[in-house]
Design a protein around this ligand. Sequence first.
Ligand SMILES: Cc1cc2nc3c(=O)[nH]c(=O)nc-3n(C[C@H](O)[C@H](O)[C@H](O)COP(=O)(O)O)c2cc1C
Length: 206
Amino acid sequence: MRLDPADIALPQMYSFLTSAVVPRPIAFVSTRSASGGFNLAPFSYFIAISSAPPLVGLAVVDRKDDPKDTLRNIRETGEFVINAVDEDLLPAMVQTAGEWPTGVNEFEIAGLTPAPSEKVQAPSVQESPIHLECRLHREIPLGNAFFLVGEIVLARVDERVLTEGRVDAAKLRPVGRLGGEFYMPFRELAKVPRPRISRSSGQPLT
Ligand SMILES: Cc1cc2nc3c(=O)[nH]c(=O)nc-3n(C[C@H](O)[C@H](O)[C@H](O)COP(=O)(O)O)c2cc1C
């Protein structure tokens, strides 16, 4: 199969991209509107970008005159929280992704608990073991999406997913997004050591 973007319609390219670029981590984004309403929605166009400062990015697809509530709230307040999605949260996370009207609180729809965050006004999802409290660093229009770069101002991690101070994937049991309505639950860890090479000599480091 060959796909030339010049020849195919947008839904086909979306369907291809989201099936081929897999698995994707899911940012479960909680926000607060300027008037104080809570919102919750998943985004899998999501990536870690930089460690100093810690920056993460997510792309919210443009709905023209009707921006997604997440985008509107982040524009209004400059703040959001990214909550990790583990296997237990998968069904509730999917519930929040319905195109619920503005003003609907997806915490209630999904039976999840909004918990206060520390450095931002946006709530966190109490049931999620990792909370990344973010301030908007930059909004970049890219293609048919807005890429939101967030600076993590505080990361809060539940002890239950840690081993010796590190997030342990086997305890976190993260879920990845595949194409269509498919998800990849956690299976097992594959440890594959990287070659340690001296850049100057090209020889293995001893
Ligand atoms: C697992 C998953 C990942 C998603 N990823 C994205 C994404 O990266 N960008 C996007 O614009 N919409 C994405 N969506 C769709 C949004 O979650 C959906 O449009 C949602 O209703 C937006 O909610 P809001 O209007 O409350 O912000 C995703 C949906 C699911 C189920």
